[in-house]
Design a binder for this molecule. Structure first.
Ligand code: 5AD
Ligand code: SF4
Length: 440
């Protein structure tokens, strides 16, 4: 049996697609190893959303190439968004044997077989030219019919739509993941049901913008309703929602369906109307704030999280101050914060003037410090409260990692079986994470 080693970078969509790659390879007779030294096939599932992620993948690709040089006959394959973005450059300049974009995984076994057969078994003094490169047609692929290997015994995910048609000016996603397409509702419920049969308790519905979901007259609120009604489903989550597409009907659906978690990831990106315009986000700060207020009114205890970019081309001190001010006003439970990274080929790559790196870095650090204070206060507000937790996994530094329905991570000291759902009492904070014990 051939062994593969898979390293995964990037977003939840990539982690989900890693499950699809695992299923495809195990169905083709491969087994997974956690030791890269003993794998015949070295795979990397990459992310292109920022330059840093791409550089990390290229660095690791160098390590993989080193392993291959020491013991020839192995195959190095690059999957995911960097494949789509850098294409044949990955084989010509970085030594990849196989380059497969996000829509090409069904052909992985066939491609691997042909590359494995063509590998020299001894050190080849001549560099290889013209390695097979595949992938780059962007199809309507949604991997219907392939059940991903779940990431954890308690939590699984189902992709409901793929691709993006929004063309935010900074974002590479529409170029590497192609046009929006939705998975039929019957397929989504079938996959969710299969996860539940395997013992999964929580299902996350995934899409670049789940609110763009459309299939045979079903919108995302309708899909959510169908999934939440499946027998045995304790929690339903979803990611990501574009603020411009948030409707009252959707918010009411969350509010009225007890097992849909009251958690919304609503990327803000900037608090300045001028920058939001340049980003092509299609909402103003006032519209964003109105939606947040409506969501909080309709969904008590809403867990609100966001993404923010600082240092977008032309961002002035005033633009940045508007972001800080909105972050302070809204009080997100958590935020993913980034320094702008130019992605060649996107619309904003043409924009100027660039914000100097040192200025952008300083803005990022101040924003992070502000958000950390807000997150810490949110965590402290749990102390002394009884909360329902679902146990997700053993915690990396001992104890057990669990989550409230609003998405907050809580540590329970000692072992608790994964998948347990019950009330706990939050007793203290450790570092900045709430810690809970038994509730009487
Ligand atoms: N530079 C920095 N951050 C980016 N993101 C997307 N593209 C870029 C970029 N070019 C961020 C956005 C998005 C998140 C997934 O990554 O905040 O919501
Ligand atoms: Fe990128 Fe915008 Fe699509 Fe999100 S909605 S993936 S930020 S283009």
């Amino acid at each position: 049996m051939r062994r593969f080693f898979l390293e995964v970078y990037g977003c939840q969509m990539n982690r989900h697609e890693a499950g699809i790659v695992r299923r495809i390879l195990s169905s083709a007779g491969y087994s997974e190893t956690n030791d890269e030294n003993e794998a015949e096939v070295l795979l990397m599932l990459t992310c292109s959303v920022r330059d840093h992620a791409e550089q990390r993948a290229l660095g690791r690709l160098g390590d993989f190439r080193g392993l291959k040089e020491r013991s020839p006959g192995r195959v190095v394959a690059v999957l995911g968004c960097v494949s789509q973005n850098l294409k044949s450059e990955l084989s010509s300049d970085h030594g990849a044997d196989l380059v497969i974009g996000p829509d090409g995984y069904r052909r992985l076994p066939e491609m691997l077989t042909s590359v494995l057969l063509s590998q020299p078994k001894t050190q080849d003094p001549k560099p290889k030219v013209g390695s097979p490169v595949f992938s780059l047609d962007q199809s309507a692929e949604c991997y219907d019919g392939i059940m991903p290997v779940p990431e954890s015994p308690a939590c699984g995910s189902v992709t409901v739509m793929r691709g993006c048609d929004n063309y935010c000016s900074y974002c590479i996603v529409p170029y590497v993941r192609g046009r929006e397409r939705s998975k039929p509702a019957e397929q989504v419920t079938m996959e969710a049901r299969a996860l539940l049969e395997q013992g999964v308790k929580e299902v996350t519905l995934l899409g670049q913008n789940v609110l763009a979901y459309r299939s045979n007259g079903t919108d995302f609120a309708g899909l959510l309703e169908r999934v939440a009604a499946l027998p045995g489903i304790a929690r339903v989550r979803f990611l990501t929602s574009h603020p411009k597409d948030v409707t009252e009907r959707f918010l009411k659906m969350i509010a009225d369906t007890p097992n849909v978690c009251p958690a919304l990831h609503l990327p803000l990106q900037s608090g300045s109307d001028r920058i939001l315009g340049l980003m092509n986000r299609r909402y103003t700060r006032t519209e964003y704030l109105e939606r947040v207020e409506l969501a909080r009114k309709l969904i008590p205890g809403l867990g609100l999280t966001t993404d923010i970019i600082v240092g977008f081309p032309g961002e002035t001190d005033e633009d940045y101050a508007a972001t800080l001010e909105l972050v302070r006003t809204i009080g997100y439970h958590y935020a993913y914060m980034f320094r702008y990274s130019v992605r060649p080929g996107t619309a904003s790559a043409q924009l100027g003037p660039a914000v100097p790196v040192a200025v952008a870095q300083e803005r990022l650090e101040r924003l992070i410090a502000l958000q950390n204070d807000i997150t810490r206060a949110h965590h402290r507000s749990f102390v002394g409260r009884r909360v329902e937790l679902m146990v997700e996994a053993p915690a990396p530094r001992g104890g057990t990692m669990a989550r409230t329905s609003d998405g907050t991570v809580v540590i329970v000291p000692g072992p608790v079986p994964v998948g347990t759902i019950r009330d706990f009492m939050v007793t203290s904070i450790s570092g900045w994470t709430p810690v809970a014990g038994p509730a009487n």
